[in-house]
Structures are given as C-alpha cells and as structure tokens.
Design a protein around this ligand. Structure first.
Ligand code: HDE
Length: 706
C-alpha cells in the first residue's frame, strides 16, 4: 500500500518539483532523479521534536491521493506550528546587527586602579561576543544608512560577564534617560505613514532635535561621515559614559573606554552609501564575514582615559553628561589591550539574535558613574530582554551564559533548562553543605560614594552648555569633512517639509559656527539667517582636537580594502595579473568583474573567471578600480550603462582608477577629467599609491558641496 502511494507521488512530483534524500542518504523512490541531493555519508535521522523518525518530509498526510489533509498529521502540525513561532520581537533599537566571537587580550595591567581580573592579568585572553548594529532601522533594513553604529561587547570573564554596550560615537543625543522613548519615536518611521525606514532625514526627527539644544553636539557627529562607515572593521567604539574602576584599597578612579580599529578609520561618500544600499543591503555584514572567512581577523586596540574626581572638577564640562566627551588632548588614551574577532557564529538566530547585552552586567572592580543616561540604561536592558526572550532564564541560552561557574537559588520560570538537586532553594540554610553562599571578600561591591543634596527632577547647572563641544568638533575637522557635515545637514533638512523646523535648526547652528549656519542656509535657499535661540550657558572656544577627524585617522594602506578589475573578452591577462599581484601584495582583496559571471576569454585565449557580474557588482563595492579592456571589449561596454556607471561612480566617489588602452576608450565615453588618481595600468605602483587614499581634491569638481 505504502509503495503504491509513493509511486503515485512520483508521478505528481514532476509537477511539484520537490524532494529530498531520505534519512539513510538514499533518494526516495518517488522523488525523481533530477534532484542533486548528496547521497551516502552519515546523515542524522530526520525526526519530530519527540524523536519519532519521519518517513516522508515532502508530502503531508492526505485522505487519498488528491484528497483533504488529515488533522492527525502530527508531523505537519508540529513543523508548521514551530515555524509559526520562529520569530521573537526584534530589538526596539539596534534591531539590525551582526556579531562575531573573539577574544580580548590584556597587554597592560590596571592593577593600580582595579581588582577586575580581566584588566589586571596581562596576557590573559577573555572570550568575547561583539555585536555591531545600526540604531533606527528594523532587523531587515540595510547596512549603510546614515546612522550611529552600536558596538556592544560581551566579555565572558572569570568573574562573570561584563557587557560594554557602546556606540561608534563617543557622545549621545540626550542627557537624561527619560527622553529616550521620545528620541526613538522621533527617529523611527513616522507613526501615521510607516516610513521612512532607517533614516533621520524626515520631519519628526528634526522637529524633536530642533527643540533639544542638548543634541547639537551629537548632531555634528551624526552629520559627519562617522555615520556612513566603509566597514565595521573601520569604526571606533566608545563606552560613552564615565564608569569607575575600584582597586583593592576601595579607591575609585573614573574611566572612559575606547576601541580603536587596527585598520584605521574610513568612511564612504554619502552618494556611495546610498548606492551601496541598493547594490548590497548586507554590505557590512558580508565584509565582516568574508574577512573572517579569509583569516583577516578584525582587531581593535582597547584604551582607557583615567581621571580622578579632582581632575574632573577642573574640566570645562561635566563628564557625567553623556553629550560631552573628554578630549584626548585633555586626558590621553592609554592602550591596555586588544580585541580580535576570529569566529563567525554557527547560527545567527541562536547567537546573534538571542544575545542579550546589558550595561548593568558588570564585574567586581568596575562600577557605574552617576551619569543619568547610564542610570536609566541599567534598568532598560533587562526589561527589554525579558520581553524579547520571554523568560527570566534567558541567561541560560549559551550565548548569554557566563563561561565561569555560576550558582544561586533562583529557580523555576519558563524554559528552565537546569535541574537543581536537593531540598534547599533558600538562603541562609543549615540543611545543605554545598548550597551557594555569598563571598564578602571577592564579591561585587559598589564604590563607597557619599551622596547628599535635595531630591528632585533637576538638571544640573553643569549640564547647561550645549554648543561648545559641538563647535569644537566642527572646528577640529578638515575642510573636506566640514563640507560633508554642511552638505549632510542640507540633504537632511531638505527632506523636512516644515520650513519652521529647517529654520530652527539653522538657528542652532549659529551658536556652533556662523559659517556653518550660512552654508546650510544657502543650501536651503534661506534668504536671511534666523536668530539664534538663547543659549543656556555661554559658548566656549575649546582648543581643536584633531583626534576627532576621520581623514586624520585614515590609514595609508590597502589592508582590509578591495579593488575591482573590470574586464571583458580580449582583455590583456598580463596587465591584469600585474595589477592583481601589486594589489594583493599591498594587502587588498581583488575581485574580477566581467559582463558574464563565467568570466571572459582573455587575449591569449585563456578564460579568466569573474568574481562578480557587472550589473550586480558596481564600483561602490570597491575602494579603487581598474579598467582593463581590449578595443572591442571597450566598444562593447561603451554601450552598457553599468560599465559607464562603474567608471563614473568610482570617479565621483573619489577613488583611484587604473586603465589601459582599451580602458581609456571607456573612460573617454564617461567624460571624466583625468587627475592624479587616474593612473596608467602600466604603473601598478602609482595605482597602489593612489588607491590607498581617496582623491579629496577631486571632490569640488564632481559635486556641489554646501
Ligand atoms: Fe541602548 N538600548 N539605550 N544605548 N543600546 C538597547 O536593549 C536604551 C544608549 C546600545 O547589540 C535596547 O537589547 C535606553 C546609549 C547598543 O544587542 C534597549 C537608553 C548607548 C544596543 C536600550 C539607551 C546605547 C542598545 C534595545 C537611554 C551607547 C544594542 C534592545 C537611557 C553607549 C545591543 C536591547 C545589541 C540596545 C535602551 C541609550 C547603545 C531598549 C533606555 C547612550 C549598542 O534596552
């Protein structure tokens, strides 16, 4: 009977075109032999969640060949029910992210300042799980919107988990946690229309910001190219708030935490970021994945700024205010270790999606400061995890569980995975010799800080200066970066329909830098500059801090960068090989782009396989390009807009371009004006030198910046 049914399935199979190997690796008789299932091997037996072997994973149980499906089909019902429950709520912010395992290695001990073992045991490698994210977009949004990047590190230390949940920007929008829901509501999709996704360029965001002078410093950062990074491997990370370190004498020192990428900083051009979003929505995720697959493990230095209460009292700002940073010139960075990310998770959902970061996860020897934003975060994250992961036992999920022993008397709850033994689930008790007890000598202790004053909903006077560091940031930038900030403001405010909001923003800019306000006003076609609002505190002129630039921190290297070589039938293999070698020797990843993915037939008759097909591999994927074509190849591609854009965009995005004689024909077709960054392919060294940087001086010739 069963055999007959299978035979029937085989006949219908041809129409439905589905099948799979059986549990023993053999293909089911009825599944058709056009399928390429792996046979042989030692496949595990496919079973239900109750362990019942499944005989057929292609067909549900029917009353007859073409009859209704039977409710008794527990295999179908279990599978579909589980599927229906596959999603958990996405993170309300930082929903889109990607994470990698790795380790933190201490190179310099902070024993003078802290008892935390991970900061005192030099050479010790502490496992970490690091998640990078965007803030505003949903989990399915793209990787390259203009947005802050989350930089969250879970250290699985010997003394418990420490989560340093930071961003790639050292300051934040608001001074008090109570404003966070308003900020996030304003930036997310507008509630009536459900758009825009993952963008600050809309009315509600700028309306809110224009009424929040404390956001102006952060606004300078988000309008800078920091929010359009080239790669997650090329971003800095910051703990943002001040924390405390506590030593064995119980003395506490303030600390700010910094991550500095080994590859240096690099960002994209705004137009490039927009185009990448279409060409590869997973651009950053893929870049990280490919680097790790190839063994090019991303690495960051870990640095601290240490300062005392007395020092902090002399700062011209309040370090407890998260809209302020401590310039490196005021308190230098001390590098104490490095983080290497070297292992991609096995399963995105189990690890990355279920990872539960929480700034309140802290180890003995580290403590919180009174930053009111941090204080609010200490509550929020645990609450969020309970909603997302659905049970107070989320700490038992492997990615969240400490790697050191842990024990307490918390019990039960949904999804309890542990099976504690014995009668004792309370403390103190006299019935058990081995129930966990507190350890006053090494257990977590808070800094012994005296607090006094009057209770109230009060903002400290020392939080009143909203413009000085915004001015310092703007003045610290190179002229290219200043132009990008002004242009980003023009772009964003041009998407704001309410003229009074645009004007209110320009009015704030007058406190930051009159010239910036004028540039933005011009870009918005505002006839007169609106009056600046009253400032709550006088604006100070702080010394410029070059450490705040990106261009100043870009490394003159091709390490971690990619070069695309456009070829077609008839291209010169020798020229390609020379460029390939020079680029690879310089540390770049080289990809061949051709009209067909199978490759192109070179002048010598050999085939060169392509890494990408032209239409799907635009030049925004690369840091520099080469165009190596035969005369016929060039003529052919001169009629292909993807080829024209390949060159035009590379030029517009300030990239180096190498060309040979055929390539030159295509270049002519694009009407680009050759400059120092457009190099003869016969000079690979010249090309590599140009490819190491962007051609900043070209920019005024390709776009009207504000
Ligand atoms: Fe978060 N933030 N945040 N945040 N945040 C979350 O926790 C929150 C803030 C940051 O990769 C949520 O698990 C409040 C500053 C990162 O999983 C939530 C306030 C900084 C991540 C939450 C802030 C951050 C989050 C949402 C104001 C930089 C992603 C999902 C008081 C220092 C972590 C979740 C990951 C995630 C609350 C402000 C960084 C809702 C209330 C400042 C990197 O709990």
């Amino acid at each position: 009977m069963a055999k007959e049914k299978k035979a029937g399935n085989a006949a219908e199979k041809r129409i439905e075109g589905k099948g799979s190997s059986g549990s023993n690796g053999e293909v089911h008789a009825g599944n058709g032999d056009e399928l390429h299932q792996v046979s042989g091997g030692s496949h595990a037996m496919l079973t239900t969640n109750q362990g019942i072997p499944i005989s057929d994973n292609q067909n549900s149980l029917r009353a007859n060949t073409r009859g209704p499906t039977l409710l008794e089909d527990f295999v179908l019902r279990e599978k579909i029910t589980h599927f229906d429950h596959e999603r958990i709520p996405e993170r309300i912010v930082h929903a889109r992210g990607t994470a990698v395992h790795g380790y933190f290695e201490l190179t310099d001990s902070l024993a003078q300042y802290t008892t935390a073992k991970l900061l005192t045991e030099v050479g010790e490698k502490t496992p970490v799980f690091t998640r990078f994210s965007t803030v505003a977009g949903g989990a399915g949004s793209v990787d390259t919107p203009r947005d802050v990047r989350g930089f969250a590190v879970k250290f699985y230390t010997k003394e418990g988990n420490w989560d340093l949940v930071g961003n790639n920007i050292p300051v934040f929008f608001i001074q008090d946690a109570i404003k966070f829901p308003d900020l996030v509501h304003a930036v997310k999709m507008e509630p009536d229309r459900g758009f825009p996704q993952s963008a600050t360029a809309h009315d509600t965001f700028w309306d809110f910001i224009s009424l929040m002078p404390e956001s102006m410093h952060m606004v300078m950062w988000i309008m800078s190219d920091r929010t359009i990074p080239r790669s997650l491997r090329m971003i800095e990370g910051f703990g943002v708030h001040s924390f405390r370190l506590i030593n064995d004498a119980g003395e506490s020192t303030f600390v700010k935490f910094h991550w500095r990428p080994k590859l240096g900083l690099q960002s994209t051009i705004w137009d490039e970021a927009v185009k990448i979003a279409g060409a590869d929505p997973d651009f950053h995720r893929r870049d990280l994945f490919e680097a790790i697959e190839k063994g090019n493990f991303p690495e960051w230095e870990f640095a601290v700024q240490l300062f005392t209460q007395e020092q902090s009292e002399k700062f011209p700002f309040d370090h407890l205010d998260a809209t302020k940073l401590i310039p490196e010139e005021l308190v230098p960075l001390k590098v104490i270790g490095r983080m290497v990310l070297d292992r991609w998770p096995d399963n995105f959902f189990a690890e990355t999606e279920q990872a539960a970061y929480c700034p309140a996860n802290i180890v003995p020897g580290i403590d919180f400061s009174n930053d009111p934003l941090l204080q609010g975060r200490l509550f929020s994250y645990l609450d969020t995890q309970l909603l997302r992961l659905g049970s107070p036992n989320f700490n038992q999920i492997p990615v969240n569980a400490p790697k050191c022993p842990f024990a307490n008397l918390q019990r039960d709850g949904k999804m309890q995975m542990m099976q504690p033994k014995g009668r004792v689930n309370y403390e103190p008790n006299s019935l058990s010799q081995d129930a966990p007890r507190e350890t006053p000598a090494i257990g977590f202790r808070s800094a012994g800080v005296t607090e006094n004053g009057e209770k109230g909903r009060i903002r400290a006077e020392s939080f009143a200066d909203h413009y000085s560091q915004a001015r310092q940031f703007y003045r610290s930038q190179t002229s290219h970066e200043q132009a990008h900030i002004a242009s980003a403001l023009v772009f964003e405010l041009s998407k704001v329909a309410h003229a009074h909001v645009r004007e209110a923003m320009v009015a704030h800019l007058r406190h930051i830098e009159e010239d910036l306000a004028q540039r933005v006003a011009d870009g918005l076609a505002l006839d007169t500059l609106p009056n600046a609002p009253a400032a709550a505190a006088p604006v100070q002129d702080m010394a410029p801090s070059p450490a705040l630039q990106i261009i100043g921190k870009m490394k003159n290297t091709l390490e971690g960068r990619a070069i695309g070589i456009l070829i077609a039938d008839g291209s010169d293999g020798a020229v390609i090989a020379k460029l390939q070698k020079a680029a690879t020797d310089a540390g770049a990843k080289v990809k061949i782009v051709a009209p067909k993915v199978g490759g192109a037939k070179l002048a010598d008759g050999s085939m060169l396989e392509a890494d990408g097909q032209l239409a799907g591999t635009p030049s925004v994927m690369f840091d520099a390009i080469a165009v190596i074509l035969s005369a016929e190849g060039a003529t052919l591609l001169a009629g292909e807009s993807a080829a024209i854009e390949f060159v035009q965009n590379a030029f517009g995005h300030l990239k180096a371009i190498a060309f040979d004689e055929g390539g030159q024909v295509l270049l002519q077709k694009t009407n680009i004006e050759k400059d120092r960054g457009v190099v003869d392919a016969g000079d690979p060294a010249g090309f590599i030198a140009a490819a190491r940087t962007r051609q900043w001086e070209r920019e005024p010739s390709v776009r009207m910046l504000a």
